[in-house]
Design a protein around this ligand. Structure first.
Ligand code: COA
Length: 202
Protein backbone atom coordinates (compact mmCIF):
# COMPACT_ATOMS: atom_id res chain seq x y z
CA UNK A 1 0.00 0.00 0.00
CA UNK A 2 1.41 3.43 -0.88
CA UNK A 3 2.13 5.79 2.00
CA UNK A 4 -0.63 8.22 0.91
CA UNK A 5 -3.20 5.42 0.84
CA UNK A 6 -2.00 4.12 4.17
CA UNK A 7 -2.17 7.63 5.69
CA UNK A 8 -5.68 8.10 4.33
CA UNK A 9 -6.84 5.04 6.18
CA UNK A 10 -5.01 5.99 9.35
CA UNK A 11 -6.76 9.36 9.26
CA UNK A 12 -10.17 8.38 7.97
CA UNK A 13 -10.77 4.71 8.38
CA UNK A 14 -10.04 2.59 11.38
CA UNK A 15 -10.75 -1.00 10.36
CA UNK A 16 -12.37 -3.13 13.04
CA UNK A 17 -9.58 -5.70 12.82
CA UNK A 18 -7.45 -7.23 10.18
CA UNK A 19 -4.14 -7.25 8.43
CA UNK A 20 -3.09 -4.68 5.86
CA UNK A 21 -4.13 -7.04 3.09
CA UNK A 22 -7.81 -6.68 4.01
CA UNK A 23 -7.56 -2.87 3.98
CA UNK A 24 -6.39 -2.93 0.37
CA UNK A 25 -8.63 -0.54 -1.59
CA UNK A 26 -9.81 -1.30 -5.12
CA UNK A 27 -8.64 2.14 -6.30
CA UNK A 28 -6.73 5.08 -4.90
CA UNK A 29 -8.91 6.67 -2.16
CA UNK A 30 -7.22 10.03 -2.77
CA UNK A 31 -9.41 10.32 -5.87
CA UNK A 32 -12.43 10.79 -3.61
CA UNK A 33 -10.76 13.74 -1.89
CA UNK A 34 -10.46 15.53 -5.24
CA UNK A 35 -14.17 15.49 -6.09
CA UNK A 36 -15.66 18.92 -6.71
CA UNK A 37 -18.97 19.15 -4.85
CA UNK A 38 -19.27 22.90 -5.32
CA UNK A 39 -21.91 22.66 -8.08
CA UNK A 40 -24.00 19.95 -6.39
CA UNK A 41 -27.24 21.49 -5.17
CA UNK A 42 -29.37 18.41 -4.50
CA UNK A 43 -27.64 17.31 -1.27
CA UNK A 44 -29.03 18.73 1.95
CA UNK A 45 -27.10 19.73 5.08
CA UNK A 46 -23.71 19.89 3.36
CA UNK A 47 -23.48 16.15 2.84
CA UNK A 48 -20.63 15.14 0.50
CA UNK A 49 -18.36 12.10 0.18
CA UNK A 50 -15.94 13.74 2.66
CA UNK A 51 -18.72 14.71 5.06
CA UNK A 52 -21.25 11.88 4.72
CA UNK A 53 -22.61 12.17 8.26
CA UNK A 54 -21.80 10.89 11.73
CA UNK A 55 -20.40 7.34 11.74
CA UNK A 56 -20.37 7.03 7.95
CA UNK A 57 -17.44 6.75 5.57
CA UNK A 58 -17.42 6.84 1.76
CA UNK A 59 -14.50 4.87 0.40
CA UNK A 60 -13.40 2.40 -2.29
CA UNK A 61 -14.40 -1.23 -1.86
CA UNK A 62 -11.70 -3.05 0.14
CA UNK A 63 -10.55 -6.62 -0.03
CA UNK A 64 -11.89 -7.27 3.48
CA UNK A 65 -15.42 -6.09 2.72
CA UNK A 66 -16.62 -9.66 2.26
CA UNK A 67 -16.80 -9.76 6.06
CA UNK A 68 -18.59 -6.42 6.23
CA UNK A 69 -21.78 -7.60 4.61
CA UNK A 70 -21.03 -6.45 1.07
CA UNK A 71 -22.69 -9.42 -0.65
CA UNK A 72 -25.65 -9.27 1.73
CA UNK A 73 -26.11 -5.63 0.70
CA UNK A 74 -25.96 -6.51 -3.01
CA UNK A 75 -28.61 -9.17 -2.42
CA UNK A 76 -31.03 -6.29 -1.73
CA UNK A 77 -30.47 -5.23 -5.35
CA UNK A 78 -30.59 -8.52 -7.23
CA UNK A 79 -29.88 -12.24 -7.01
CA UNK A 80 -26.54 -12.85 -5.33
CA UNK A 81 -25.33 -16.35 -4.54
CA UNK A 82 -23.23 -16.16 -1.41
CA UNK A 83 -19.86 -17.63 -2.39
CA UNK A 84 -16.61 -18.27 -0.47
CA UNK A 85 -14.32 -15.38 0.52
CA UNK A 86 -11.55 -16.73 -1.71
CA UNK A 87 -13.74 -16.25 -4.77
CA UNK A 88 -14.53 -12.69 -3.65
CA UNK A 89 -10.81 -11.97 -3.29
CA UNK A 90 -10.07 -13.41 -6.73
CA UNK A 91 -12.74 -11.21 -8.34
CA UNK A 92 -11.43 -8.21 -6.38
CA UNK A 93 -7.91 -8.85 -7.74
CA UNK A 94 -9.24 -9.25 -11.28
CA UNK A 95 -11.03 -5.92 -11.02
CA UNK A 96 -8.01 -4.23 -9.51
CA UNK A 97 -5.75 -5.52 -12.27
CA UNK A 98 -8.00 -3.77 -14.86
CA UNK A 99 -6.42 -0.47 -13.98
CA UNK A 100 -8.71 2.58 -13.98
CA UNK A 101 -11.72 0.53 -15.01
CA UNK A 102 -13.63 -0.55 -11.90
CA UNK A 103 -14.43 1.95 -9.17
CA UNK A 104 -16.68 0.11 -6.75
CA UNK A 105 -17.46 2.64 -4.03
CA UNK A 106 -19.13 1.94 -0.71
CA UNK A 107 -20.60 3.69 2.30
CA UNK A 108 -19.56 2.06 5.57
CA UNK A 109 -21.32 2.45 8.91
CA UNK A 110 -18.06 2.57 10.87
CA UNK A 111 -19.77 2.02 14.23
CA UNK A 112 -21.11 -1.32 13.04
CA UNK A 113 -18.31 -2.13 10.58
CA UNK A 114 -20.97 -2.75 7.96
CA UNK A 115 -21.29 -1.73 4.31
CA UNK A 116 -24.64 0.07 3.96
CA UNK A 117 -24.42 1.53 0.46
CA UNK A 118 -22.64 0.78 -2.78
CA UNK A 119 -22.41 1.77 -6.42
CA UNK A 120 -19.95 1.11 -9.21
CA UNK A 121 -18.38 3.29 -11.85
CA UNK A 122 -17.23 1.17 -14.78
CA UNK A 123 -15.06 3.10 -17.24
CA UNK A 124 -15.05 2.02 -20.87
CA UNK A 125 -12.05 2.95 -22.97
CA UNK A 126 -13.02 4.16 -26.47
CA UNK A 127 -11.35 4.93 -29.78
CA UNK A 128 -14.01 7.55 -30.58
CA UNK A 129 -13.73 11.18 -29.49
CA UNK A 130 -9.96 11.05 -29.39
CA UNK A 131 -9.74 7.89 -27.29
CA UNK A 132 -12.35 9.03 -24.79
CA UNK A 133 -13.63 7.27 -21.68
CA UNK A 134 -17.31 6.61 -21.08
CA UNK A 135 -18.65 5.93 -17.59
CA UNK A 136 -21.39 3.49 -16.61
CA UNK A 137 -23.17 3.65 -13.29
CA UNK A 138 -23.92 0.15 -12.04
CA UNK A 139 -25.21 -1.74 -9.01
CA UNK A 140 -26.63 1.10 -6.94
CA UNK A 141 -27.99 -0.05 -3.58
CA UNK A 142 -28.58 1.26 -0.06
CA UNK A 143 -29.37 -1.04 2.88
CA UNK A 144 -33.13 -0.90 3.43
CA UNK A 145 -32.64 0.22 7.06
CA UNK A 146 -30.73 3.30 5.86
CA UNK A 147 -32.97 4.42 2.99
CA UNK A 148 -34.57 7.85 2.81
CA UNK A 149 -31.52 9.54 4.41
CA UNK A 150 -29.84 10.80 1.22
CA UNK A 151 -27.40 7.90 1.02
CA UNK A 152 -28.71 6.90 -2.42
CA UNK A 153 -28.16 10.43 -3.70
CA UNK A 154 -24.77 10.51 -1.96
CA UNK A 155 -23.41 7.33 -3.54
CA UNK A 156 -24.75 8.16 -7.01
CA UNK A 157 -23.41 11.74 -6.84
CA UNK A 158 -20.04 10.42 -5.67
CA UNK A 159 -19.84 8.07 -8.65
CA UNK A 160 -20.94 10.83 -11.02
CA UNK A 161 -18.24 13.22 -9.79
CA UNK A 162 -15.72 10.41 -9.83
CA UNK A 163 -16.54 9.77 -13.50
CA UNK A 164 -15.76 13.42 -14.21
CA UNK A 165 -12.60 13.32 -12.13
CA UNK A 166 -11.19 10.29 -13.99
CA UNK A 167 -11.92 11.94 -17.36
CA UNK A 168 -15.15 10.37 -18.61
CA UNK A 169 -16.94 12.48 -21.21
CA UNK A 170 -20.31 11.14 -20.04
CA UNK A 171 -21.87 8.67 -17.63
CA UNK A 172 -25.05 6.69 -18.15
CA UNK A 173 -27.14 4.00 -16.54
CA UNK A 174 -29.98 1.56 -17.18
CA UNK A 175 -32.92 1.61 -14.82
CA UNK A 176 -36.57 0.68 -14.55
CA UNK A 177 -39.15 3.39 -15.33
CA UNK A 178 -40.06 3.64 -11.66
CA UNK A 179 -36.48 4.63 -10.79
CA UNK A 180 -36.33 7.54 -13.24
CA UNK A 181 -37.51 10.14 -10.67
CA UNK A 182 -34.73 9.10 -8.30
CA UNK A 183 -32.00 9.59 -10.93
CA UNK A 184 -33.65 12.79 -12.21
CA UNK A 185 -33.18 14.45 -8.80
CA UNK A 186 -29.44 13.80 -9.21
CA UNK A 187 -29.31 15.34 -12.70
CA UNK A 188 -29.68 12.30 -14.98
CA UNK A 189 -32.09 12.54 -17.89
CA UNK A 190 -33.00 11.01 -21.23
CA UNK A 191 -31.85 12.72 -24.38
CA UNK A 192 -34.42 13.59 -27.01
CA UNK A 193 -34.89 10.77 -29.52
CA UNK A 194 -32.42 8.58 -27.66
CA UNK A 195 -34.05 7.05 -24.61
CA UNK A 196 -34.12 3.41 -25.72
CA UNK A 197 -31.98 0.84 -24.02
CA UNK A 198 -32.00 -2.45 -25.96
CA UNK A 199 -30.67 -5.66 -24.50
CA UNK A 200 -30.44 -9.41 -24.99
CA UNK A 201 -30.49 -11.21 -21.67
CA UNK A 202 -28.38 -14.43 -21.57
C1 COA B 1 -32.83 3.40 -4.98
C2 COA B 1 -32.14 3.52 -3.64
C3 COA B 1 -30.63 3.35 -3.87
C4 COA B 1 -32.42 4.91 -3.05
O1 COA B 1 -31.70 5.02 -1.86
P1 COA B 1 -32.13 6.04 -0.71
O2 COA B 1 -30.98 6.16 0.23
O3 COA B 1 -33.43 5.68 -0.13
O4 COA B 1 -32.30 7.37 -1.56
P2 COA B 1 -32.29 8.89 -1.03
O5 COA B 1 -32.65 8.91 0.42
O6 COA B 1 -31.01 9.49 -1.41
O7 COA B 1 -33.48 9.49 -1.90
C5 COA B 1 -33.28 10.46 -2.86
C6 COA B 1 -34.54 10.92 -3.47
O8 COA B 1 -35.03 9.92 -4.36
C7 COA B 1 -36.34 9.52 -3.97
N1 COA B 1 -36.39 8.06 -4.09
C8 COA B 1 -35.74 7.15 -3.35
N2 COA B 1 -36.03 5.90 -3.75
C9 COA B 1 -36.89 6.05 -4.79
C10 COA B 1 -37.58 5.14 -5.63
N3 COA B 1 -37.44 3.81 -5.49
N4 COA B 1 -38.37 5.64 -6.59
C11 COA B 1 -38.54 6.98 -6.74
N5 COA B 1 -37.94 7.90 -5.96
C12 COA B 1 -37.13 7.44 -5.01
C13 COA B 1 -36.49 9.94 -2.53
O9 COA B 1 -37.83 10.19 -2.22
C14 COA B 1 -35.63 11.17 -2.46
O10 COA B 1 -36.33 12.32 -2.87
P3 COA B 1 -36.09 13.75 -2.16
O11 COA B 1 -34.63 14.10 -2.40
O12 COA B 1 -37.04 14.64 -2.86
O13 COA B 1 -36.37 13.53 -0.72
C15 COA B 1 -32.64 2.45 -2.64
O14 COA B 1 -34.04 2.58 -2.54
C16 COA B 1 -32.30 1.03 -3.03
O15 COA B 1 -31.22 0.55 -2.71
N6 COA B 1 -33.24 0.34 -3.68
C17 COA B 1 -33.04 -1.10 -4.04
C18 COA B 1 -32.02 -1.26 -5.14
C19 COA B 1 -32.36 -0.47 -6.39
O16 COA B 1 -33.49 -0.43 -6.85
N7 COA B 1 -31.32 0.19 -6.94
C20 COA B 1 -31.45 0.99 -8.13
C21 COA B 1 -31.27 0.15 -9.32
S1 COA B 1 -31.43 1.12 -10.82
Amino acid sequence: MSSSVSKYFQDKYKPSVGPDELEQPLYNPDLLKKLDWSKITHMKNGVTSSTPGEGLLVRPLCKGDYDKGFLQLLSQLTKVEIFPEKKFEERFEQMKSCRDHYFVTVIEDTDKGEIVGSATLACELKFIRGCAKRGRLEDVVVNNEYRGKQLGKLIVSTITLLAKEVGCYKIGLDCKDEMKPFYSTIGYGSEKGNDNTMIIRF
